[in-house]
Design a protein around this ligand. Sequence first.
Ligand SMILES: Nc1ncnc2c1ncn2[C@@H]1O[C@H](COP(=O)(O)OP(=O)(O)OP(=O)(O)O)[C@@H](O)[C@H]1O
Length: 236
Amino acid sequence: MVSGWVSLSGVTVRRRGRTILGPLDATLNGGGLTILMGPNGAGKTTLLRVLHGLERVNTGEVHWTDPKDADGRSQGFVFQTPVLMRRSVLDCIAYPLLLDGVSRTQAREQARAHAAEVGLTVNLDQAVTFLSGGEKQKMALARALMRRPRILFLDEPCANLDGRSVKEIEEILHRIKAGGTRILMSTHDMGQARRLADDVLFLHAGKLVEQSNGDDFFRSPRTAEAKAYLKGEILL
Ligand SMILES: Nc1ncnc2c1ncn2[C@@H]1O[C@H](COP(=O)(O)OP(=O)(O)OP(=O)(O)O)[C@@H](O)[C@H]1O
């Protein structure tokens, strides 16, 4: 068996009588940034949710090599649309630590540090709803980093962001990766995938079609589906 930090064997997710993911066998290796690619409906979000324990599987198993990685509190998750709470920016970021029973003062102090870490320079006492799209994503990243996750899942975190915000988020991801956090991120942005991917998982119609390192995937994709996708053709 190939060793990695997590492996899926025979994983299937069925909803409303339809198989939306799998059967999937995959092993994720390495400590870098893995990009999940594939057309709409390929199963990228479902796979991220399975790994984070948000989605029940119908068959198969997810095996974590290190049991510490399996704990949801060792994992951060950034959704495509940030989950907003009716709180101040600071309290939103502090929230995971409050759930863990950390005192409000201490949680807020750490939230301030994390806001600075992701370059969120807005007034942290304002309501979170007033933030711009890019600022909301930075807030979501700061919140996801509060528990110092070993693994960070991101579901199209830069969709709808302008070039400058995308660049800022990518720089933050580089820093997070350099700090030793593994990152698994879905994106439709081909340029972003090329810039960031150490490894690529390419999904189509719920199946893992191709898995390789980033350079190989973009230079010489092996499958007809990946070749067509990289050429911008529409996959049915
Ligand atoms: N709870 C559900 N019930 C029924 N179908 C679902 C459910 N959740 C997801 N699906 C379907 O499963 C398929 C995979 O969805 P998923 O969101 O994982 O794809 P994706 O690759 O992330 O797509 P996108 O790029 O559009 O975000 C889609 O066809 C979706 O409609």
